[in-house]
Write a protein that binds this ligand. Structure first.
Ligand code: ZN
Length: 242
């Protein structure tokens, strides 16, 4: 069984299409939120994700910001600009799709959230200390998160209470014996200095996690960002993966 795990598409349709093509046939797709924000193709990305069979999709912080009247103080200047643009261009049916997304979804093996099990939409898991606290906030063997845009795993070392961080490169495969919090990286805005789109394949029968990177036409996305008048920084960073 192959479950495609993706996150942080950030309105980058070209990267999303490249990931779906590279992943090939899958039994289900789990999307961990942030379909929109930063990129030029919010409606197209939502419509493509919605069309995927056996989809589970979670709410990300950018999805929440686009669909509610929450304060944007937690966002930097460029991110705020793109949220304002987004609120103006989202089609009503896509806005209500985002507004209806759950903050958490639990299967018998896996808890899914955007940020962390403790604070599903907003908390970043950027270090082993914060990750260790979060193991008390889910009951399943595994938890899948996005939000940091870095493909990695936090592994609970058996019986010690300690947590180890493992980074992933293209093609790395992990047997999921320990409790773990796993991040598939970002489809549309990688931040680990590898500009290729990132995704994972989870096999719940074999209990394996496989990380993949795929190249896409970054230049065409940069051109759309610039022609829409969105912050140039959002275009520049795509070429370098930050
Ligand atoms: Zn994000």
């Amino acid at each position: 069984m192959r479950i495609l795990v993706i996150s942080d598409i950030h309105a980058n349709l070209t990267a999303l299409q490249a990931v779906l093509e590279a992943a090939g046939s899958v039994d289900a797709t789990w999307c961990l939120g942030d379909l929109v924000g930063y990129g030029p193709d919010p409606n197209e990305c939502i419509e493509l994700v919605r069309s995927l069979p056996s989809l589970v999709c979670l709410l990300g912080n950018h999805d929440a910001a686009a669909t509610s009247h929450i304060s944007l103080n937690a966002f930097n200047y460029d991110a705020r600009l793109s949220v304002h643009w987004l609120r103006g261009v989202l089609k009503p049916q896509n806005m209500s799709f985002l507004a209806g997304l759950p903050e958490k979804y639990v299967t018998h093996q896996v808890t899914l959230t955007h940020g962390s099990p403790r604070n599903p939409v907003w908390e970043y898991l950027l270090d082993t200390h914060t990750a260790a606290f979060n193991f008390d906030f889910f009951d399943t063997h595994l938890c899948f998160v996005g939000h940091s845009h870095v493909p990695l795993a936090y592994l609970a070392l058996n019986g010690t209470g300690n947590v180890e961080c493992q980074l992933f490169n293209n093609g790395d495969k992990l047997k999921l014996t320990m409790r773990a919090i796993l991040n598939p990286g970002s489809v549309g805005q990688p931040r680990d200095h590898d500009p290729r789109a990132s995704y994972a394949i989870f096999d719940p029968e074999e209990m394996t996690w496989e990380l993949h990177r795929v190249e896409y036409d970054v230049l065409s996305v940069q051109q759309r960002i610039n022609s829409l008048g969105l912050p140039r920084r959002h275009a520049i960073r795509l070429a370098q993966g930050w």
